[in-house]
Write a protein that binds this ligand. Structure first.
Ligand code: CMC
Length: 431
């Protein structure tokens, strides 16, 4: 196997080391290229750039493979639950019974949002975008628990277990509180319940009547959160790593990740899918208009829930969630006309040469909204649900950055295409 790659620039032959990952992924190590030659590699959007070594998640987009710490996503979906998978993603191994119990206890004892912090909510209008609220309030954890958020890796890593448990548990609580705030309902405090049951309790309990958790609902929620637990170097996770690489604490880095997730091309797609399906339903269309518009090539008209930056075959998460849709709806005794529309749209797109030739398939967001909706979670909260699910992945990636003694601050280069040097013109002489 070659250990070096060579490129020729200006008749000079440059040798660059080759790196190989544990699954055989290959990279040319270009870290010294600029120092040695003055050249950089140009890769807009970093689609072909490895920004780090990571042992959290392996993803093979060509073959639809997704594994967390070596465990295939379909096995985790079948046998694990969100909290066990979160532990695996963060700590690298499946927990034994003792560790699982300790982790659960740490999450339960750190679920509450203290009274003083609750006042932040009052400053937000009822119709504030939930993701804007979530990122602000998640960042305020750094203000309320400064001893866990010192912006000093060594100190922050000493308190990592507590900070990680707080991030997972409190972001879930904040999510439920954002929903209550938007509805003008009083907050419901967490109880000594399993993670997903507690979320449902905080979302849906009535003033004098606690929500009775339906096991099928809690199970479906567990599955959805688990399916979002991590996804390699996606936009929000790379953002968390980038912010973290400056030495920023876990909460602040996660808050940045939440902002990155809010965009419609990333986590915001799950809500956009529902809006699209609802419009098709309301207009009595069969999806033809959306498919035709999506083929125009403009970003604003894309078929939401379709395509992926790395999957070129199928998104294994979409397979699991798509299959779960029918099962969950049946178990809950519900039917949803949007599910039929989604299925028809998928079939139509998969027969269309535009989508086939570009290898565009349904992604995780295409069917997840149908299940969230069946669980009673409104569309405005879908991306918040994604964030609650993705917290473990952000935490694991922040920890890798913070633990890497040789890591440097993330600082890409650019190709400057602006004006060349020119002299300052006083305002009176400007056109
Ligand atoms: N509808 C129509 N055309 C599309 C779509 C789509 N959903 N996605 C990609 N294309 C086109 C794209 O315009 C390009 O066309 P051309 O070759 O003619 O220029 C071609 O397909 C290849 O695009 P790509 O390089 O595969 O896409 P990308 O890496 O730039 O973008 C994406 C990936 C996920 C942002 C994009 O597929 C998209 O915008 N999808 C809709 C939004 C969405 O569902 N996002 C959720 C992603 S999964 C959850 C998550 O991780 O956030």
């Amino acid at each position: 196997m070659t250990t070096n790659a060579s490129i020729k620039i200006d008749d000079k032959e440059i040798s660059l080391p080759i790196m190989v990952g544990s699954e055989g992924e290959k990279a040319v190590d270009a870290r010294n290229l600029r120092k040695d030659t003055g050249y950089i590699f140009y890769d807009q959007g970093y689609g072909n750039t490895g920004s780090c070594e990571s042992s959290v998640t392996y993803l093979d987009g060509e073959n639809g493979v997704l594994r967390h710490r070596g465990y295939p996503i379909d096995q985790l979906a079948e046998h694990s639950d969100f909290i066990e998978t979160a532990y695996l993603v963060i700590y690298g191994e499946l927990p034994n019974e003792k560790k699982r119990k300790e982790f659960g206890a740490l999450l339960r004892t750190n679920a509450v949002i203290e009274t003083q912090m609750q006042r932040i909510f009052e400053g937000f209008p009822k119709d504030a975008p939930p993701m804007a609220m979530l990122s602000s309030i998640a960042n305020s954890l750094a203000a309320y628990y400064p001893e866990l958020a010192t912006n000093n890796f060594e100190k922050d890593l000493q308190n990592f277990d507590l900070a990680a448990a707080m991030a997972i548990s409190k972001i879930r609580t904040i999510g439920a509180m954002i929903y209550r705030h938007s509805k003008g309902l009083p907050f419901v405090h967490p109880k000594d319940l399993p993670f997903c049951d507690n979320f449902l309790h905080m979302m849906f309990s009535e003033p004098y009547q606690d929500y009775v958790v339906i096991p099928e609902v809690a199970k479906a929620l567990n599955l959805l959160l688990l399916m979002h637990a991590d996804h390699e170097q996606n936009c929000s996770t790379s953002t968390v790593r980038m912010v973290g690489s400056s030495g920023a604490n876990l909460f602040t880095s996660i808050s940045a990740g939440i902002n990155a997730l809010s965009g419609p091309l990333h986590g915001g797609a799950n809500a956009a899918v529902m809006h699209m399906l609802q419009s098709i339903h309301d207009e009595g269309d069969d999806g033809t208009r959306f498919i035709a518009a999506a083929k125009s090539g403009t970003k604003g008209n894309r078929l939401m829930g379709f395509g992926h930056a790395v999957y070129r075959n199928f998104d294994p998460r979409a397979k699991v969630i798509g299959a779960a849709c029918d099962v969950v709806l049946k178990k809950l005794g519900k039917s949803d006309p949007l599910l039929d529309i989604a299925k028809n749209l998928e079939q139509a797109a998969l027969k269309d040469d535009y989508f086939v030739s570009r290898k565009l398939y349904p992604n995780v967001d295409f069917y997840s909204g149908i299940i969230f909706r069946a669980l009673g979670i409104p569309t405005s909260m879908f991306t918040v649900m994604f964030a609650i699910g993705r917290a473990p992945g952000w935490i694991a990636n922040w920890r890798e950055v913070a633990s890497n003694a040789k890591g440097r601050i993330y600082r890409p280069r650019q190709i400057y295409v602006g004006p060349t040097q020119r002299d300052y013109v006083p305002i009176s002489k400007r056109a």
